[in-house]
Design a protein around this ligand. Structure first.
Ligand code: GLV
Length: 307
């Protein structure tokens, strides 16, 4: 029985070391080392090579090394019997909430404005009168933690989910009408949805036309959910007034992409919440143990829903 780490673009030596420390008898391989491929029962994957899962005859489960499973589910050759899970622990969700709170509060309180004032020796005393309305597209594990943080600041929080169910105290929306409503109700519209056929291109001109003048779009979901050209046109009209983007259709964002130089777009390099090695090692070993015991991997996803 073996576990394979297949994350070719990531440094995984420390992850492997911590996993071995937690499970000393583990037979752990790191791609491309897949000798005795039939022994591999579990793959820990992040942007794994296409077709890999179909080449492992004894494979029972695949887990994403992060929260998103889109790059696993989109592999056309993935066998239908495989259980798919994900590793999204409380610290991953807390880090995402911290990123979102920092982006929202810096803009709400206009921190860059105070920095400019300081450079000019200008005393410009003011504070925003009203809390901003937050719209969370996606109220799963990440959205729930973000809702909790914004609620603790007494910000009104709206949520949008497929089912329309969400955390207590959050005004929930669903369906096409719900999407238009949450866009119209939010000063900060934050996308945390998983990438599925339904959410691809969801951040488009129709949605932007419903957003508030002066509002802010934050995309921490996936780049494929945003139509780049629609955003540039919408920014010119002030709905939204600016955007904070952490994820892109192509990563790293190509140097010639217009987003880099756009004055109303702030870019971070897909770092809003990065898998934490120690947390991932703990969850990965637990998930592997579960699969060996005939149980579901942690965070099992519903393949028909895509998340
Ligand atoms: C990051 O994008 C993740 O899916 O964990």
């Amino acid at each position: 029985m073996a576990l394979l780490i297949a994350a070719p673009h990531r440094e995984t030596d420390e992850l492997a070391r911590l996993m071995v420390a937690r499970m000393p008898n583990i037979d752990l391989r790191t791609w491309p080392e897949i000798s005795r491929a039939e022994d591999i029962r579990f793959v820990l994957a992040w942007q794994a090579p296409r077709g890999l899962f179909a080449k492992l005859p004894g494979l029972q489960a695949v887990s994403s090394l992060g929260a998103g499973v889109d790059s696993i589910i989109s592999d056309p050759e993935i066998p239908s019997h495989l259980a798919i899970g994900r590793l999204a622990g409380p610290r991953l969700a807390a880090n995402m909430a911290a990123y979102l709170a920092s982006m929202v509060i810096a803009r709400w309180k206009d921190l860059p404005g105070f920095m400019r004032d300081q450079q000019r020796g200008r005393w410009n005393q003011w504070a925003p009168e009203h809390p901003p309305a937050i719209g969370l597209l996606g109220t799963g594990q990440m959205g729930q933690k973000a809702a909790e943080v914004f609620q603790s600041l007494e910000f009104p929080v709206h949520g949008y989910s497929h089912s329309g169910r969400g955390p207590d105290g959050v005004t929930m929306h669903h369906g096409d009408t719900g999407l238009a409503r949450i866009a119209a109700a939010s000063d900060f519209l934050i996308n945390l949805l998983p990438l599925t056929a339904q959410t691809r291109d969801i951040l488009n001109q129709d949605l932007f036309a419903n957003m508030r003048r002066g509002s802010v779009l934050i995309n921490v979901g996936r780049g494929e959910q945003l139509i780049d050209a629609d955003l540039v046109k919408a920014l010119a009209k002030g709905r939204p007034a600016c955007a904070v983007l952490d994820v892109f259709r192509q990563e790293p964002l190509p140097p010639e992409h217009p987003f880099w130089a756009h004055p109303a777009i702030s870019i971070t390099p897909h770092c809003a919440s990065i898998t934490l090695t120690a947390e991932a090692a703990e969850l990965a070993v637990e998930s592997y143990r579960r699969v060996l015991a005939g149980l579901d991997p942690l965070g099992r996803v519903d393949r028909s829903r895509g998340y």
